[in-house]
Design a protein around this ligand. Structure first.
Ligand code: AOF
Ligand code: ZN
Length: 372
């Protein structure tokens, strides 16, 4: 393959359009990656397409259909290496060969071990000019969850926290509605909508009785009407069968202790139970994430209290922090953001890289990631 120096300004332009196509799948392609494709012939765009839903055609197939005969001798820009395997759909590499394209430029190799370079290799073996790595960072950013599942066997995990400016998430008595305003809460709907699962703790279920669903109709339609899994970390099975969340579908309860009666009652209330290894009296978080990856969960949004956020952070399992700060103060008797063991030296402080800060309504959004 090749490095970026061989790419022209036109290549950049067409790949950026392919990335824009790919973004159309932000809410709908899971568990598949978001992929876009643009086909260019004699300086004209003759085909474009996006993968929109698992089981439906891949981006290249949509773009080839649009291009028809014009695909012969054309250049193809695709945000992920064309697939070479028979999955729910036949290989895109074969469709491109059949269409007689001249050149294929991919933004990145497919991390799926079933493909992993084979798609581009197959094209090259048939005399097609291939290149990879154009706008790779942008392409990876669209599919961090899929890449994480394929390469680390665990989902990409974001912790969302709404806090006061003094870093408090609720009063000492648990009251927390509402700290941030409705624009911030609408913003969170988008993070929920692009996630395969929302993770919370039983403490939050007991205190707030939340649903953790995607409520925005447009976003839910973009997800083909399917709610994300809601996963409750509940080591000792304290979730009451009357919890509102059990009135919804796709609820998983991750537990460590085995309590056959409660298990049966919760199953009868519609939940699916995931029995996981016990780690110091609570569910082993790494095992939970692995179990979610096995269910093809790419992106997890954590909406939980200090205990769960703290244990995920301490275990090094938090990939991003979505922090919404309201311009209010709750005082030091109120609840904090991360329950972690006391630090004994400033050298132990946890460093963050801030990716973005922005005002959302009257609140402040800080997008950060732990520095590992
Ligand atoms: C592409 N173009 O637009 C996408 C690709 O089960 P299937 O047939 O839908 O295959 C899913 C796999 O195909 C997925 O895991 C990833 O490796 C690749 N996705 N490939 O050429 C696309 N969405
Ligand atoms: Zn494909």
């Amino acid at each position: 393959m090749s490095n970026s120096s061989i790419f022209s300004a036109e290549d950049q332009l067409y790949m950026s359009l392919a990335l824009r196509e790919a973004a159309r799948g932000l809410y709908g392609t899971m568990p598949n990656p978001r992929v876009g494709c643009v086909i260019v012939k004699n300086g004209q765009i003759v085909g474009r397409g996006a993968h929109l839903k698992a089981g439906e055609p891949h981006a290249e197939v949509h773009a080839l259909r649009m291009a028809g005969e014009l695909a012969q001798g054309a250049d193809v820009y695709v945000t992920l290496e064309p697939c070479s395997h028979f999955g729910r759909t036949p290989p895109c590499a074969d469709a491109l060969l059949k269409a007689g394209v001249r050149r294929v430029v991919a933004a990145m190799q497919d991390p799926n071990p079933l493909v992993a370079g084979n798609g581009l290799q197959r094209l090259a073996q048939h005399g097609i000019s291939v290149a990879s790595g154009l706008m790779e960072a942008e392409a990876r950013a669209l599919n961090q969850g899929f890449i994480s599942r394929m390469s680390r066997q665990r989902p990409w995990l974001r912790s969302k926290i709404a806090a006061s400016l003094d870093g408090r998430t609720g009063l000492h008595n648990g009251e927390s509605k509402w700290i941030t305003g409705s624009p911030a809460r609408q913003h969170v709907q988008q993070w929920r909508a692009q996630s395969c699962a929302i993770l919370t703790g039983v403490g939050t279920v007991l205190a707030d009785d939340p649903l953790l669903t995607v409520r925005d109709e447009q976003l839910l339609t973009a997800r083909h009407g399917v709610q994300p899994y809601r996963v409750i970390v509940d080591s000792r099975l304290r979730t009451p069968c009357s919890a509102a969340i059990l009135q919804t579908e796709r609820v998983l309860i991750a537990h460590a202790q085995q309590l056959p009666q409660q298990e049966a009652a919760l199953r009868a209330s519609g939940a699916e139970l995931l029995h996981l290894p016990d780690q110091a009296g609570t569910v082993d978080m790494a095992a939970l994430l692995q179990a979610l990856a096995e269910r093809q969960v790419n992106e997890v949004l954590v909406e939980a209290g200090a205990a769960l956020n703290g244990s995920l952070l301490s275990a090094g399992l938090v990939d991003e922090l979505l922090l919404y700060y309201a311009p209010v103060l709750l005082g030091s008797a109120a609840r904090g953001m991360f329950a972690i063991p006391a630090l004994e030296s400033m050298q132990q402080k946890l460093h963050l890289q801030v990716l973005e800060t922005r005002q959302v309504g009257s609140d402040w959004f800080v997008h950060a990631k732990p520095v590992v």
